[in-house]
Design a protein around this ligand. Structure first.
Ligand code: ATP
Ligand code: ZN
Length: 297
């Protein structure tokens, strides 16, 4: 009996990346019905099986070929590659950034630390869960410091005397502030990425290609807008130039007038009020900005 090829994807089973990973797959038209605590789920309408695992395990799952693809924070990917002990995690390619899970791995010190750039950390102790990335950063700058690894609650280390500084993930900075710390340098900027095993069978590659096309469509439609307006024919060049991130708008005649046309365009950048005001000042009227639900090039 021949089995139909299916693409295996690893995503975080719960945590900061879970909701957006699931949402992205759903927006790609992949239906998933997962009951709580279920660690494996087959889509009923697309040849995809989803494995729910800890984010730390995703690079190894993909490198070992247990799953052909995965969604993981770049911070975890790079750290696991830098510190892998059971063989290098090098059978991984990054396919595309996914635009969520944005955060930065930053150095932070207590407010009373007399800080004058990363060189101030020479001879100090830094607590982190990201030993690999931090070591690389310090080596690149020629700074010798002691690194203590902590799995969590890193922000507490300076107060306990365990470390002079920390290197931890930050998104708003609120946790640092609560713990009396100030962010000093960004070591690594991260977001979630789609990763793949470097060798994928041709029949599964076809499924992956379809998924990637849909993903790109979803990501583009998130940042794009459809804009419609009326323009005097004499101002068309100015108005076309003022449309953000749009290559070739559609120009449509307007009934009952020869000197005005309708302009329709997909704008690949955000359309702000000042863009609309600028278009109006250039002679545009009846300006409508609409969200785009799906896109396929
Ligand atoms: P797991 O149980 O899967 O090991 P975790 O506790 O390691 O989960 P989360 O806290 O859920 O991980 O974070 C997952 C990822 O979310 C991080 O590796 C990072 O890429 C991203 N992220 C975005 N913002 C933040 C933030 N402010 N703090 C920590 N991680 C963040
Ligand atoms: Zn984790």
């Amino acid at each position: 009996m021949s089995t139909e090829p299916r693409l295996q994807i690893a995503i975080q089973k719960s945590g900061r990346l879970y909701d957006e990973s699931i949402d992205l797959l759903k927006k790609c038209g992949i239906s998933l019905t997962r009951s709580k605590d279920q660690l494996f789920c087959k889509s009923g309408n697309f040849p995809v099986d989803v494995f729910f695992v800890r984010d730390d395990d995703i690079p190894a799952f993909v490198s070992e070929g247990v799953c052909q693809i995965g969604i993981v924070g770049e911070n975890v990917l790079i750290e696991k590659q830098a510190t892998a002990q059971d063989g290098p995690l090098d059978a991984i390619d990054t396919l595309l950034p996914l635009g969520f899970g944005k955060c930065r791995l930053s150095l932070a010190v207590p407010h009373d630390f007399d800080y004058d750039g990363p060189a101030s950390l020479a001879g100090k102790t830094i607590a982190t869960s990201y030993k690999g990335i931090l070591k690389q950063y310090l080596d690149d700058q020629g700074i010798k410091a002691k690194i203590v690894t902590m799995e969590g609650a890193v922000e507490i280390a300076p107060r306990t005397g365990l470390a002079d500084a920390i290197c931890d993930l930050v998104s708003t900075g609120a946790t640092l502030a609560t713990n009396g710390l100030k962010e000093t340098d960004i070591v690594f900027e991260s977001q979630s990425v789609l990763i793949q095993n470097t060798s994928i069978d041709a029949d599964i590659q076809d499924i992956l290609d379809r998924l990637v096309l849909r993903l790109k469509g979803v990501l583009r439609s998130r940042s794009s807008k459809y804009i419609m307006l009326h323009s005097p024919v004499s101002k068309l060049d100015d108005i076309r130039d003022a449309l953000p991130g749009s290559e070739s708008p559609t120009i449509v005649p307007l009934e009952g007038t020869d000197d005005r046309v309708a302009v329709h365009a997909v704008c690949d950048e955000a359309v702000f009020w000042d863009t609309m005001e600028d278009l109006k000042a250039k002679g545009a009227s009846a300006i409508l900005v609409l969200p785009i639900e799906k896109m396929l090039d």
